[in-house]
Write a protein that binds this ligand. Structure first.
Ligand code: UT7
Length: 336
C-alpha cells in the first residue's frame, strides 16, 4: 500500500479592490454598451485596484490571507510554504510570495515561490501544495491567486478590457490527520498546450523584448487576445480536463458532484461547459457578473464566497476547473 497524507482545505479568504467600474462606466470611454457586454460575457461590473498603493497583488493577498488564516484558526508562523499564483506580480523580483511572507510577519523562514500559469495558476498552486503535503514534506501551505490585470490591459481595446478585473483569493491547505474527517483532495490533473500561445500573450516586458521608453508609451505592451479562439479552446479544454479529473477521482459520475467552481472567463463558456459535462446549472458557482475575469483569482474567490454564504458545505464533493494563457489547464476534485 502506498503511504500518503491527505490534504484538506483548512480556510479560505478573499479581497477585492474598493473601486467598482460598471459596463456603463466603460461605455463612456469606449464604443461598447452594457447590453453587448452583458449578453456576450455575463459581466456587469469589475473591481479595479488603486494605483496609489494598498491594493497591489501582495496587498490584496495580505488582506485575503489574514481572513483565510483566521478561518483556519492558524497564525502566519504556522505556515510552511507560500505558493503565489499570478502573472501580474508586484515586481519581477523579488517574488510576490517572499514579499507576502514579510507582510504577514512570518519569521520561520518558510519556503515561498510564485507560479506563473495564468488563469490556471491557483489550481497549479493547489496541486503543487497537495503534492508537498501528500509526500509528508510540508504540513500547512498558504496558496494565493492574486491579479492586477487592470495594469496589463489596454483600456481602449474593447475586445479585451471589458473582460477583466482585479482581485485575490486565498486558501490554507494542510495535512488531514483525523481518520474520521473525510475532507481531502481526491484527484488532480494539470496540463498545457504551448502551441496555443498566440491566442493570449504579451510581447513586451520580458527578456526578449524589454520595455523601452517607446514601448512604455505605446499600446503594444498590453495583453493581446484572440477571443474567438480562446473561447473554443476554453470549452473543449475545461470539459476534457474536468472529465479526466472526475475519472481519476473514481466517482460514479458527474451527478456525485455537489458544486462545480470553474474559472470565470465568460458566462457563455461556463454554460457551454456545464452543458457538455451534463451538470445541473444550479450547481455551478458563478461570480463573473460582479467581478469579471480575475485570472488566477476567479476560482479561490468564487469558492470562498460559496463557502461563506453556506452553499459549499463540509463533506460535499467539489469540482474545480481552469484554463488560461499558455495555454494551461487544470482540474481538481475534492471533498471539502
Ligand atoms: O481567461 C481566459 C481569457 N479569455 C477568454 O476566455 C476570452 C474568450 N472569448 C470571449 O469571451 C469572447 O470571444 C469575447 C467576449 C472576447 C468576444 O465575444 P465574441 O462573441 O467572440 O465577439 P467577436 O469578437 O466575434 O465580435 C463580434 C462583434 C464584432 O463586430 P463586427 O465585426 O461583427 O461588426 C466586434 O467588433 O462585436 C464587436 N465587439 C464589440 N461590440 C461592442 C467586440 N467587442 C465589443 C464590445 N462592445 N466590447
Amino acid at each position: 500500500m502506498t503511504l500518503y497524507y491527505r490534504t484538506k482545505i483548512l480556510g479560505t479568504g478573499l479581497y477585492y479592490p474598493q473601486k467598482i467600474v460598471t459596463n456603463d462606466d466603460l461605455a463612456r470611454s469606449i464604443d461598447t454598451s452594457d447590453q453587448w457586454i452583458t449578453e456576450r460575457t455575463g459581466i456587469k461590473k469589475r473591481r479595479i485596484s488603486s494605483t496609489k498603493g494598498g491594493e497591489f497583488p501582495t496587498d490584496m493577498a495580505l488582506n485575503a490571507s489574514l481572513i483565510a488564516l483566521k478561518n483556519a484558526n492558524l497564525s502566519p508562523n504556522d505556515i510552511d510554504c507560500i505558493i503565489f499564483a499570478t502573472f501580474t506580480p508586484d515586481y519581477r523580483l523579488p517574488s510576490c510570495a517572499t514579499i507576502l511572507q514579510t507582510k504577514l510577519g512570518i519569521t520561520n523562514g518558510c519556503a515561498a515561490m510564485d507560479i506563473s500559469a495564468a488563469c490556471s495558476g491557483f489550481l497549479y498552486a493547489l496541486n503543487t501544495a497537495n503534492s508537498f503535503i501528500q509526500t509528508g514534506m510540508m504540513k500547512k501551505i498558504l496558496i494565493i491567486g492574486s491579479e492586477m490585470l487592470s495594469r496589463e490591459v489596454d483600456w481602449s481595446d474593447r475586445g479585451v478590457c471589458i473582460l477583466f478585473g482585479d482581485g485575490c483569493g486565498v486558501a490554507v491547505v494542510g495535512r488531514n490527520e483525523d481518520p474520521n474527517d473525510k475532507s481531502e483532495i481526491l484527484s488532480t490533473k494539470l496540463g498545457a498546450d504551448g502551441t496555443g500561445r498566440e491566442f493570449l500573450y504579451q510581447t513586451y516586458g520580458g527578456s526578449v523584448n524589454p520595455i523601452t521608453p517607446e514601448i512604455a508609451a505605446s499600446k503594444e505592451r498590453y495583453l493581446t487576445m484572440n477571443g474567438k479562439e480562446m473561447f473554443k479552446v476554453a470549452v473543449r479544454t475545461l470539459t476534457d480536463i474536468s472529465l479526466a479529473a472526475l475519472n481519476s477521482a473514481g466517482l460514479k459520475g458527474i451527478e456525485d458532484i455537489d458544486w462545480f467552481v470553474p474559472h470565470q472567463a465568460n458566462i457563455r463558456i461556463l454554460e457551454a461547459t456545464a452543458n457538455r459535462l451534463n451538470i445541473n446549472p444550479n450547481k455551478v458557482v458563478i461570480n463573473i457578473e460582479d467581478y469579471a475575469n480575475t485570472s488566477a483569482a476567479t476560482i479561490p474567490t468564487a469558492f470562498h464566497q460559496a463557502v461563506s454564504d453556506g452553499r459549499i458545505k463540509r463533506g460535499q464533493l467539489i469540482l474545480l476547473s481552469a484554463f488560461g494563457g499558455g495555454l494551461t489547464s487544470a482540474s481538481t476534485v475534492l471533498r471539502y
